[in-house]
Design a protein around this ligand. Sequence first.
Ligand code: XIL
Length: 390
Amino acid sequence: MKGRRTVLLGLGAATGLGAVAIANHFQNQQQSAQPPLEDRQKVRDFTVVGKATLQERAANKGIIYGAAAQYKPLTTNKRFAQHFAQECAVLVPANELKWKTLRPTPEKFNFSRSDWMAEFAQKHNMLFRGHTLVWYQALPKWFEDKVNRKNAEKFLTEHINTVVQRYAGKIYSWDVVNEAILPNSSKQGLRQTPWLRLLGADYIEMAFRTAAAADPQALLIYNDNNLEYDNAKTETKRDRVLKLLERLKSKGVPIHGLGIQSHLGASSRGFNAKRLRNFLKDVASLDLQILITEMDVSETKLLVADDRDTIIAGVYHDYLSLALDEPAVNTVITWGLSDRYTWLSHFAPRQDGVPVRPLPLDAELERKLAWNAIASAFDQASPRNIKYNF
Ligand code: XIL
């Protein structure tokens, strides 16, 4: 425990465990639509002063910066591991704490990869973040045959107890439930998932309560996607997520924050500053902190002739400046650090086969324009005003 607090304070008072109280709310409520593509390609000034890393620039403002990574590149590419430890204050295993990886059989757990990553984080004085305890994806093949209405609660609580207790004092923050909302799929907008089918709507609450009992110190986060843009579907989703958070808080469920995945697109229409800020403010008013948990910028529709790096950097800068205006946003995590290992190469590749460039470092591990855009958003952010709540 002591080590964990020291790390947190060493990061420049970047966060506290438990809910944070926020002061000095910003006033700027202007509406800003994304300018057309031609304008977004114009050279923008992402120059930053000095060579300080992303984690240092973030920590200067009381913000935590980190990234997701997979076991393989961290264990096989020394230079990558070095860059990772330099730039990042947090490591999130991209897949290694998911059911599919941890649960080869219904009886067995395999912690070999996640343990190695926990040690890596500790060795490099980084925070370690858990992703994810309850999700409808990445379930093992045996799940469907083995888990039924009778034993689902046992499976869920045993899983959470075993995993969360193992990393108590090592994992400072958990994505307890991931992607539980899908507007229009049920009455409260709860996504149809095996967990909902087997346990009913209370599975969310059950997961948070079990996680809190297994590690009372960990920050427990509800994480979701498609909350960023300006369209009717997203607006409904924001509303459903807010209602879920309100319900959980009103029932006294131990939840400390919202994770906004922030998988963005270079060709998307842009953000509605007012709506997004209001949403962030509403979440913050529930005494919840806000984490950007999986940021990257996909580019499937951009032409190679477009100045892709400038457009992508512009999305980083626009989004982060907007989000960081809200003092409750205290963490920025990108879903990967280098283009060399991005999941988007498989999930959202370009039609022409040209490698995608969604992350702060390029495939050679050089800092690129997206890195500058993130760095300058941190440099321009106002310092967080965080009350510790140990
Ligand atoms: C992704 C991983 O990065 C990939 O390696 C894997 O094949 C699929 O999952 N939202 C999430 C993450 O919450 O767990 C996903 O991670 C990306 C989308």
